[in-house]
Design a protein around this ligand. Structure first.
Ligand SMILES: Nc1ncnc2c1ncn2[C@@H]1O[C@H](COP(=O)(O)OP(=O)(O)OP(=O)(O)O)[C@@H](O)[C@H]1O
Ligand SMILES: [Mg+2]
Length: 339
């Protein structure tokens, strides 16, 4: 088994983390904007801001594990260099960010005098800003304007709608979307090489499948599989991630397409008896159907039915009967299409 700690870091690992046993998500966190994978539009906008130096107030919005915090930190480092420590105030959801903190800590920092190169500003990073109370966000409105010649704000959140409109209107929004399978696979391959992890291509594909566009999840699952089994294969990945095996799920889809309700139901019961929740099963079923090789009109119908079942499951109807009903509908779709 390859040793993780002795491997030479690459793929964006910084020199100071070389000998630490850091989680790989941190060890391979990009430190420069140019190293951030995917979301080309957003990244190139940030590069222009980093060169120009005049950072507007920004909101970074997008799903988890796509590089929002990473981008904010990289941008702040590129803009402020050695002054980062004194010119950046970083607050995240673990800090108290009620209205008092806005009144005291944020205002105090905004008033603080820091000598910076011309054209640079102090930066207040509000990570996970969607968890800030509406009151605290309201209190930010005027502060953002009064100190705008010395201080700029960068907010990160999963849903931009959780940020009140007046703040949205004061900021430029940088949107991040889920990373593509190719981008995640390329990053995983780089980390696998740097850490000298033994892997087979199907294992890496399974990691990409389970991550569903979330780079953090992909790297965490890679490290968990490596420390658990030492070898990245499809089997090991699904054992670690504890998700329904897509092969079992695609067998169910195959049975439905063949109109074989008994076969499909047996497969579903097997999965259910393994202890997977209806939500786990329906989520994997959706992803399998999305990638399944079948005529497009059938795929659309399948996705529709799976979507309705997902809605009912989210409403709390999580029985095997619900999933069996879905299978019956999927078999019928094919029958109706034949007619
Ligand atoms: N675009 C990316 N390029 C390279 N690595 C990435 C990217 N996105 C995420 N990562 C990896 O995932 C880790 C977590 O990323 P980050 O903290 O930026 O996610 P986030 O978008 O802020 O998520 P959350 O919404 O949960 O806060 C990083 O340390 C990095 O290793
Ligand atoms: Mg974050």
């Amino acid at each position: 088994m390859a040793s993780a700690s002795k491997a030479a870091p690459a793929a964006g690992a910084s020199s100071y983390s070389k000998d630490c046993d850091l989680p790989w998500v941190e060890k391979y966190r990009p430190h420069k904007i140019s190293e951030i994978v995917g979301n080309q539009d957003a990244v190139s906008r940030l590069q222009v801001i980093a060169q120009d130096g005049n950072m507007p107030n920004l909101i970074f919005a997008g799903p988890p594990g796509t590089g929002k915090t990473t981008s904010i930190l990289a941008l702040a480092h590129e803009l402020l260099g050695p002054s980062y420590k004194e010119a950046v105030l970083e607050l995240n959801a673990s800090d108290d960010r009620g209205i008092d903190v806005v009144r005291n800590k944020i205002k105090m920092f905004a008033q603080k005098k820091v000598t910076l190169p011309p054209g640079r500003h102090k930066i207040i990073l509000l990570d996970e800003a969607d968890s800030m109370t509406a009151g605290a966000q309201q209190a930010l409105r005027r502060t953002m304007e009064i100190y705008s010649n010395t201080t700029r704000f960068a907010l990160a959140c999963n849903l931009s709608t959780k940020i009140i409109e007046p703040i949205q209107s004061r900021c430029a929004i940088v949107r991040f979307s889920r990373l593509s399978d190719i981008e995640i696979l390329a990053r995983l391959t780089a980390v696998v090489q740097a850490e000298q992890v033994s892997s087979v291509p199907e294992g890496l594909e399974a990691l990409v499948f389970t991550a569903d566009g979330d780079m953090r999840q992909a790297l965490n699952n890679l490290q968990a599989t490596f420390s658990g089994f030492g070898l990245i294969t499809q089997e090991n990945v699904f054992r670690v991630c504890d998700q329904p095996h897509p092969l079992m799920v695609s067998n169910i889809v195959r049975h439905c397409l063949g109109g074989n309700i008994d076969g499909a139901h047996q497969g579903m019961k097997e999965l259910y008896d393994l202890g997977y929740s209806a939500t786990d099963i329906i989520t994997t079923l959706f992803r399998v159907v999305k990638n399944y090789d079948m005529p497009e009109f059938l795929k659309l119908e399948y996705i529709r039915e799976v979507g309705f079942a997902h809605m009912r499951i989210s409403d709390g109807v999580v029985s095997l009967l619900q999933l069996s009903g879905l299978l019956a509908k999927l078999c019928l779709v094919k029958e109706r299409a034949k007619a």
